[in-house]
Design a protein around this ligand. Structure first.
Ligand SMILES: [Zn+2]
Ligand SMILES: [Zn+2]
Length: 176
């Protein structure tokens, strides 16, 4: 069983994320919240980063209004947030939030691929609200199905700018 620190830390360093992927500022020193996003293929982490809120907003601002709207609609309509709140209250442990996909409720053990997302406040405390959550690759694909080509390009460029190796746009849109 992974602890929350393990889930939300860097697999590469074995420690908590220390810097924003995009602006490279130390997360502990900036006066802003930050997000941790990781993507897994079965048990293997294939992408991981922390991004500060100002950088995340700048990336999101490059997406078209239509794309932002389609993602917002998905999050509103395809996730039952009231049910989610009830479910979360019954969890024994915060890591139980990573037990199933937030949208289709498939158990993690049955998933080929999934992404997790968590929000930390400017003091580095994990914020428990809609996040942390796990969302499966199929649901990510559904969420991003109606993204415009220009928005896909924004995401591809983001990956290409910050990660070595071939990028594709099948992954986590980094919007959560
Ligand atoms: Zn940043
Ligand atoms: Zn799902």
């Amino acid at each position: 069983m992974r602890s929350m620190d393990e889930w939300l830390g860097s697999e590469e360093t074995g420690e908590a994320f220390s810097h924003c992927l995009r602006c490279h500022l130390p997360l502990a020193e900036i006066d802003a919240p930050w997000l941790v996003n990781k993507e897994f293929h079965r048990d293997e982490c294939v992408l991981e980063y922390a991004i500060c809120q100002p950088c995340r907003d700048e990336v999101a601002d490059q997406l078209s209004e239509e794309s932002k709207e389609s993602v917002r609609k998905f999050l509103e309509q395809e996730i039952d947030w009231e049910e989610r709140v009830r479910e979360c209250m019954l969890f024994q442990d915060l890591t139980d939030r990573f037990g199933t996909c937030v949208s289709c409720h498939t158990a993690r053990g049955e998933l080929e691929g999934f992404g997790i997302s968590a929000l930390f406040d400017s003091d580095g405390q994990l914020v428990t609200g809609p996040l942390p959550l796990l969302i499966c690759r199929n649901c990510i694909a559904r969420m991003t199905a109606s993204l415009s080509e220009s928005s896909r390009e924004v995401w591809r460029n983001f990956l290409a700018d910050h990660f070595a190796g071939p990028s594709n746009d099948s992954g986590f849109p980094g919007l959560l």
